[in-house]
Design a protein around this ligand. Structure first.
Ligand code: FAD
Length: 668
């Protein structure tokens, strides 16, 4: 550790800055001469002490800062280490613990911005000195800021009623805090309720999910808003306001007994969403027998009364008078402290890969359709059947359909290898057909997954390593007559092979919801390049988003299996419970501020702000001016840049702070 207290610095002026240079093990010290940087920092204006230390973020590192603040009367601190995203809160807390306002602290990033991107020690050291010089110049002008707290509303909104939303809602509600669960579909359950068995243990998906669904339906602390969608969100962490559209079901939920007579009598049908088009449902329908709530909806697009003005058979037969064709959408205003988004995924549409024949050949089906065929609640009562009712004698399972493919999604969907193996096992078990599994690599990463792969391998499944080029019905031999032929490169044999089969199951990718962009905009969160919602930190904060109080869980954040979905949902619930338990929220102090004497009330700030923080109005002045709701402001600075009169500034980012940095960087 180097030390450098300059005696004359004590008398220079009232600013007494402490500068601390971190080695970060060898992350920084390997490339930057940290002692030289500390010695240099000691010569800078108003620097009272400059030190270097192996790990500034460690307890002894923080103690150094705390002791110096007290013993050397420091009133400003600079730490030169890693990205502020990692440790700014750590060092701000250390300053606070020594009674120094945390905004009198500044950080220079000499790791990501310097040591990690340079090889030349001399150049890196010079750059580190420049970055420290700039931070010292800036901290000189830093002001103490007031840190405000507001109460936290203990009610929570969960959006999406798949396994992620169900798990999160139950965990919060079980601690006797109110949860509003908003589900777009007529019932909760998501994709999991469509599955037959779940890998690797092969438990019946519905058997393990329906008790949780029933618990949601009966929970005194959960208000289930099914067939509903969030229309608008305003407010901020601790105090969100949410407007929900409860879509007209045309069935009175209080009067309906769920007897099912209306569905029996309805003469009109449409493709069943639950059975992925493999069966028909009625125009008035509950998606499946165990639906929660067990109340049907009328689908206007297939109901004869809505299309042609006559029928109303359901109304005639309903003994409780629950059918209500006059029902309209209702709007419900909610106030909540936190929001968990659990909106899940869309299944990739394989008809875009026309060479695989989906939508062209009857017996090319998706993995999700296979789940419905295999389920006892499905259209064939669980029998694996071809379109013409025959039992398949041979089945090909094609992996990575839409995943790991530069033309569609480059990412791996994580569950397809495993559900491909599950399909192979079920086909063997139920039909004893020949099974061909065409894969690129086998990715069996979870608990019991590799063992499941081994088990399926021993069941006589033929594994062919290679990417499928095409599925065709053009036979070139007698053996191929009347069959689907899968043309595939077998990379282990190094040759192109043709495999004639009766059925092809496509292991389709999981992709971001088609409306993910709109949902992200509504909740002011971001998306990754692959379309899924972006977490605050991929490793260290995978449930939070850049929007405080908005958390994500399950497949809306990226493809994952049920165990990982449940873990993430529980983590999101724990986050919410921590906020509820604290009972208050600390607001960001570095927010925008309007000088009302300069403001002309033009409203550009209001138009620009994505957080809806500024509002132009007639306040104390006769002329309209802009005022900022500090609880909404994230201090991004967009308003300050756009303000034509320079009336808006951002606390902690005043022009003199920024210009001092620029001047310091320009020095040599
Ligand atoms: C063919 C196939 C087989 C699989 N087999 C297995 C298996 O055996 N084992 C396993 O571990 N995993 C399996 N999976 C993965 C499993 O489906 C997911 O891990 C799980 O469903 C993710 O749950 P979720 O709640 O995140 O999303 P979803 O199940 O997609 O649920 C999201 C819910 O949110 C609702 N929603 C969406 N948008 C909105 C909105 N804007 N407002 C309100 N509500 C909204 C949806 O209607 C839905 O109810 C399989 C996947 C596929 C495709």
């Amino acid at each position: 550790m180097g030390g450098n207290i300059t005696a004359e610095a004590l008398d220079r002026d009232e600013r007494r800055i402490g500068v601390y240079i971190c080695h970060c093990g060898l992350n920084i010290a390997d490339t930057v001469d940290v002692e030289a940087v500390a010695n240099y920092a000691g010569t800078l204006n108003s620097v009272a002490v400059a030190r270097d230390y192996r790990f500034m973020c460690s307890d002894p590192g923080q103690d150094l800062i705390k002791n110096d603040i007290k013993e050397l009367n420091l009133n400003r601190v600079v730490v030169a280490s890693c990205s502020p995203r990692m440790h700014e809160p750590t060092f701000r807390k250390a300053c606070e613990a020594a009674s120094l306002n945390p905004y009198l602290f500044e950080m220079a990033n000499i790791r990501e911005d310097c040591s990690w991107v340079h090889d030349d020690r001399e150049v890196a050291t010079q750059k580190a000195k420049a970055l420290v010089r700039a931070a010292v110049a800036r901290v000189y002008y830093n002001d103490p800021l007031e840190i405000k707290e507001i109460p936290f509303n203990p009610d929570t909104l969960v959006v999406g009623g798949g396994i992620a939303g169900i798990q999160a809602a139950l965990e919060i509600a079980d601690s006797e805090h109110k949860v509003y669960l908003v589900e777009r579909d007529p019932s909760i359950g998501g994709h999991m309720i469509q599955l037959d068995k779940t890998f690797p243990t092969l438990d019946c998906s519905q058997c393990i999910l329906t008790p949780k669904m029933a618990a949601v339906g009966a929970h005194p602390y959960i208000e289930l808003l099914s067939y509903s969608e969030v229309e608008e969100v305003s407010g901020f962490v601790g105090a969100f306001k949410v407007k929900v559209r409860k879509k007209a079901r045309y069935v009175d939920e209080d009067k309906c007994t769920g007897c099912g007579l209306c569905q029996e009598k309805c003469p009109w049908t449409a493709d069943s969403e639950y059975d992925v088009g493999l069966s028909k449902r009625k125009a008035i329908y509950t998606p499946f027998a165990q639906a929660i709530p067990n109340v049907p909806v009328i689908d206007r697009d297939s109901c004869a009364y809505f299309l042609k003005g006559k029928c109303r058979a359901c109304e005639k037969f309903c003994e409780t008078g629950a059918i209500d064709f006059e029902q309209v959408d209702q709007f419900i205003e909610l106030e909540v402290g936190a929001i968990i988004l659990a909106t899940g995924y869309d299944a990739f549409d394989p008809s875009t890969i026309s060479q695989y024949g989906y939508g062209i050949y009857d017996n090319v089906i998706t993995g999700l359709q296979f789940e419905r065929l295999s389920a006892a609640t499905g259209p064939t009562g669980g029998e694996i059947r071809l379109k013409d009712g025959r039992k398949p004698e041979s089945v090909a399972i094609i992996h990575c359909v839409g995943s790991r493919d530069q033309n569609y999604h480059e990412y791996c969907s994580r569950v397809c290898c495993m559900y491909g193996l599950k399909v192979a096992h079920i086909v063997k078990d139920k039909t004893n057909a020949d099974v061909y599994e065409m894969y690129i690599d086998m990715r069996c990463f979870g608990e019991g997954y590799e063992e499941f792969y081994k088990r399926v391998s021993e069941e006589g499944v033929n594994f062919i390593r290679g990417k499928v080029a095409k599925v065709t019905d053009k036979a070139v031999s007698e053996e191929e007559e009347g069959k689907l032929v899968v043309i595939c490169e077998d990379t282990l044999l190094g040759s192109i092979i043709r495999v004639p089969v009766d059925m092809v199951v496509l292991c389709i990718a999981l992709e971001a919801r088609s409306d993910a962009e709109e949902v992200a905009r509504k909740f002011i969160i971001s998306r990754r390049a692959d379309g899924f919602f972006l977490e605050r930190h991929v490793k260290l904060d995978p449930v939070a988003t850049p929007s405080d109080g908005v958390l994500i869980a399950g497949c809306c954040q990226g493809p994952k299996d049920i165990p990982d979905t449940v873990v993430q949902a529980s983590a999101a619930a724990a986050r919410v419970l921590a906020m509820i338990s604290k009972g208050r929220v600390t607001l960001e102090a570095s927010v925008s501020h309007v000088n009302e004497d300069l403001c002309i009330g033009c409203g550009r700030c209001e138009e620009l702000c994505e957080f809806h923080a500024p509002k132009v109005g007639i306040y104390e002045k006769p002329m309209p001016v802009s005022r900022v709701n500090e609880a909404l402001c994230k201090g991004c600075g967009a308003c300050a840049v756009a303000c034509p009169t320079g009336a808006i500034s951002i606390k902690h980012f005043k022009p003199e702070q920024i210009l001092a940095m620029v001047d310091a960087l320009a020095e040599t």
